[in-house]
Design a protein around this ligand. Structure first.
Ligand code: ADP
Length: 251
């Protein structure tokens, strides 16, 4: 079967990007008054809001862990987030994505600092356009930081994939559906640890290596955006004080 043309002769993709280009990302922190931490991300056409509540008491109580905090995550797509109305009831896909987002974030949170407590993360997709789990993880990680949760690192996420037999960065909805592979990756940039690696499609060994490397480059770009958004929220626009600010954060 012939694949749809997703890269034209001049190397441009359907949304005008080059093969190594990330979609535009806008990240705003602290958008919800009642949540302990929150973030709104626009990752290309994805629009996702994340709310973090906790650390707080666990209900039901038997779910509590004596030595660490329980991280709970709900990924949900609103009925108006896709072209055709999405059933608001949790689908198998949403249950799976909730689990992988939790697993991607857990290694970054110092769970032992909050025994017997729970931290709840709500990832609400208002508009989806491919790569929503990566966008959700990226926003959830800064929302956790905004909630003042002790963290070992931020978690930055980005996908790469195969379209028209080429490895491309940050796969959008059309490329996901018409292309031949999609690999979402989440990464702790300072600890150099991968916390999410999925693959939908088939890649040979060299394509797999190239795809993973490209996704990790994307994660590093996403991390810079997360870092800048946190700096702007807590220190205003004066990023010239970068080094001093970093010292203050470490203290
Ligand atoms: P991700 O959003 O993390 O890439 P998938 O690969 O499962 O997750 O989905 C790719 C895209 O397919 C989504 O971002 C969304 O745009 C679209 N999609 C997912 N579920 C539905 C659905 N139930 N109805 C219509 N579109 C959907």
């Amino acid at each position: 079967m012939n694949e749809t043309i997703l890269i034209d002769e001049s190397g441009k993709r359907t949304d005008g990007r080059s093969i190594d280009e990330l979609r535009e990302i806008k990240l705003t922190i602290g958008v919800l008054k009642k949540a302990n931490g929150s973030a709104f991300i626009e990752f290309g056409k994805n629009k996702i809001i994340v709310a973090v509540y906790g650390p707080r008491e666990v209900h039901p109580k038997h779910m509590a862990q004596p030595d660490k905090c329980v991280l709970r995550c709900r990924y949900h797509m609103s009925p108006f987030s896709t072209d055709t109305r999405k059933n608001p009831a949790p689908s198998r896909r949403e249950i799976e994505i909730s689990k992988v987002i939790r697993e991607a974030l857990e290694p970054a949170v110092v769970l032992e600092d909050y025994p017997r407590a729970a931290i709840d993360i709500f990832v609400e997709v208002l508009q989806a356009d491919g790569g929503s789990r990566c966008a959700g993880i990226t926003a959830a990680s800064v929302a956790l930081a905004d909630a003042g949760i002790n963290m070992r690192d931020l978690v930055a996420a980005c996908a790469a994939g195969k379209i028209n037999n080429k490895i491309a960065l940050d796969i959008n909805d059309v490329e996901d559906k018409e292309g031949s592979a999609d690999m979402p990756v989440a990464y702790l940039p300072n600890l150099e640890q991968i916390t999410l690696l999925q693959l939908d499609g088939i890649l040979n060994k060299s394509q797999f290596t190239e795809c993973l490397e490209k996704a990790l480059q994307g994660c590093k770009m996403v991390y810079e955006i997360q870092r800048k958004a946190l700096m702007e929220k807590y220190f205003g626009n004066d990023l010239s004080l970068d080094d001093e600010n970093t010292e203050e954060i470490k203290e």
